[in-house]
Design a protein around this ligand. Structure first.
Ligand code: MSP
Length: 647
């Protein structure tokens, strides 16, 4: 029987649409899953959605619909994106499904019966606005560290999991299993955290405070704490308590891929929960870094959230998959920028890889009548190409992918692409074609590059499944990327002489940087006054859709307004944009009084750099019609919620 490989991603909160962070982990897991299938493993790749808890309840309330309806509305956005990105997950869990909920309840009951869960009353600092407790240490000055509102001392009775009793066991386990928490720095971080006494974990929320969750099987006044529910997905879906033989083929999981922010929950909470259940911890938890966007933290309020759908629509699925794993070592933080993305596409995918394929096919058409020729005796240069290709598929890819060094794996693949291009340049087939006596050599060269491309197809298939299929089709190869690789397939000489090629369109067309560079900056000027036409590379004052997309327009609700002292025109507004309040100074004062402005819906530019106007900070701009003087404020026809996107 084939060896099993079980890999998971975090299950994503359905409080909003998917972004680049979600796509990142899911693509990484997909590459590993595809690679392991190629290597003959039985793979179970699980992803899904975390649908309970406060975040989701709040998001649903904001949209004015019941939580389940909210989840049902958002879930397809994730499922469709994964389909679009060619994610090959074997299952998709939604924590509101009965198959998951029953296991959570049975797990809780089992722990309760084993006296691993007890009831106790807890007194702590509670933030009513954020609906959460803070520890004494966090509650500096009696204020909420998040929203800065005053905290209340509150007593609440809850159920607690006896996590503290597993502290010693966990420290020993981590020390004895160096590959359990990766990369190494994250392991040290967890060990550091475990130097302080570990407290018991509150695993319930009174329904009076939070109703959207799985009811505790032993007390109907409570729902389960969202993490105690969510983590269980990793065992509920493969069959824990419902299909034990199946469960044991998959558990312990080989990899939980996660972001660095959810390290403690996955290593401390999860391992101790499993220990209490008498189950083994996962073999490895790998925490990747976070993406910033053009040097800034990605956030809704900054309006710089990278939408994978938009990236794919513009640059293609495979380019997106490639960039995310190529740009940054998995485990480290990285920066996403269009410039870096376009740079990679143009230099590595269009120039190096795309060009290698297209020039090879052109030469086979021209010098081989559209058929791969029969090779002759190899030279030293041929041997180097052959050895490099064989080493890539035979060992290098395996070492790097088992260490989750996606960028190193792509680096060696690209190394082979570049070597093959140099091989063509040095062999100069266009000169060989001139003399009849060089015909044999010409055939050998053409064969060797085609064979190298076959190796590249296989190596690239987990990363860029569509491009690999297209390369295969154009080269006329018989390869099946979803079946285990046969040893003959990773042996040099797999391409059959006489294979007919079918040159098609460019694999990765070059991105025209003059068009996408349109770096037109929205001029920082007095809010509330019209913006002059943006300068752009498009000519005649035109901008591209990309330029326009850079401006984050949102609906804001004016919560308060006052005049800026000593100014006739400027009003200082407090504008609610859903996720936060912004202070915006707008030149509306000659036309509108502060009283008239309160309660108005306005259109604001949410990603403008803050500026000071008459010494008052303005964090955005309110749009209004008018030339030199404001003649009318822009608003919306319907009462949409503050924070709604305008596009
Ligand atoms: N629901 C929990 C996970 C439960 S798993 C049992 C959760 N969901 S989340 O939707 O908020 O986040 C999911 C993942 O997205 C996390 O791994 C997080 O690290 C990742 N990212 C969120 N923003 C990110 C970036 N800017 N960059 C990279 N990944 C980021 O947490």
């Amino acid at each position: 029987m084939a060896q099993s490989f079980y890999i998971t991603t975090p299950i994503y909160y359905v409080n909003d649409v998917p972004h680049i962070g979600h796509a990142y982990t899911t693509i990484a897991a997909d590459v590993l899953a595809r690679y392991k299938r190629l290597k003959g493993y039985d793979v179970f790749f699980l992803t899904g959605l975390d649908e309970h808890g406060q975040k989701v309840q709040q998001a649903a309330a904001k949209g004015g619909i019941p939580p389940q309806a909210h989840c049902d509305k958002l879930a397809p956005q994730f499922q469709e994106l994964w389909k679009r990105l060619n994610i090959s997950n074997d299952d998709f869990v939604r924590t509101t499904e009965p198959r998951h909920k029953t296991v959570v309840q049975r797990t809780l009951q089992a722990l309760y019966d084993k006296k691993e869960i007890y009831q106790a009353s807890y007194t702590g600092w509670y933030c009513t606005f954020d609906e959460r407790f803070w520890t004494e240490k966090d509650a500096v000055g009696g204020l909420c560290p998040d929203c800065k509102r005053p905290l209340d001392q509150l007593s609440e009775t809850n159920y607690f999991f006896k996590m503290s009793k597993y502290q010693h066991w966990l420290v020993t386990y981590i020390n004895e299993h160096p590959d359990f928490i990766r990369p190494r720095a994250r392991r040290n971080e967890v060990l550091g955290f475990l130097q302080k006494p570990l407290e018991d974990l509150s695993i319930s929320r009174p329904k009076s405070r939070l109703s959207w969750g799985i009811e505790l099987p032993f007390d109907a006044n409570y729902v389960t704490y969202v993490w105690f529910d969510a983590l269980v997905n990793y065992i509920s879906i493969p069959g824990y308590l419902t299909d034990e033989p199946r469960f044991h083929t998959w558990w312990p999981a080989d990899f939980h891929l996660i972001g660095k922010d959810i390290l403690t929950t996955h290593t401390v909470y999860w391992s101790t929960m499993l220990k209490a259940l008498g189950l083994e911890p996962p073999k490895a938890v790998f925490a990747h870094g976070w993406w910033t966007v053009s040097g800034e933290k990605m956030s809704k309020s900054r309006g710089n959230v990278v939408d994978p759908n938009a990236m794919v629509a513009e640059f293609g699925i495979d380019a997106f998959r490639y960039f995310l794993l190529r740009e940054v070592p998995f485990g480290q933080d990285g920066d996403f920028s269009r410039e870096a993305f376009i740079g990679r596409i143009n230099s590595e995918l269009a120039n190096d890889l795309g060009n290698l394929l297209s020039r090879t096919l052109t030469m086979i058409e021209r010098y081989g009548d559209g058929k791969v020729p029969e090779p002759g005796e190899p030279s030293a240069m041929d041997n180097l190409l052959q050895q490099t290709a064989v080493k890539l598929l035979g060992t290098e890819l395996d070492v790097h992918l088992n260490n989750l060094e996606f960028n190193r794996a792509l680096e060696v693949i690209l190394g082979l692409v570049q070597l093959a291009n140099q091989y063509i340049d040095r062999s100069a087939p266009w000169n060989l074609a001139k003399k009849a006596e060089d015909r044999g050599r010409l055939n050998t060269v053409l064969y060797n590059v085609t064979e190298t491309l076959r190796f590249l197809c296989l190596a690239l298939a987990p990363f860029m499944p569509h491009a690999a299929e297209e390369m295969k089709r154009q080269l006329g190869l018989m390869l099946n990327f979803s079946k285990p690789l046969l040893s003959a397939e990773i042996t040099w000489g797999g391409v059959l002489p006489g294979t007919e090629i079918a040159k098609g369109t460019a694999l990765f067309p070059r991105i025209d940087t003059t068009k996408s560079q349109g770096e037109s900056r929205v001029d920082q000027q007095q809010p509330g006054t019209p913006t002059p036409p943006m300068s752009s590379a498009g000519g005649e004052g035109q901008i591209s859709i990309d330029d326009f997309r850079k401006v984050a327009l949102k609906v804001g609700l004016v919560a308060a307004a006052e005049r800026v002292p000593k100014s006739t025109k400027l009003l200082k507004l407090q504008v609610d944009i859903g996720t936060e309040k912004r202070q915006i100074v707008a030149g509306l004062g000659a036309k509108y009084s502060p009283e008239e402005m309160v309660g108005k819906r306005v259109v604001i530019v949410a990603n403008l750099k803050p500026a000071k106007l008459m010494g008052v900070e303005s964090q955005g701009m309110v749009l209004a019609a008018g030339d030199l003087e404001v003649s009318a404020l822009l608003t919306t026809l319907e009462d949409v919620p503050p924070g709604s996107t305008i596009k």
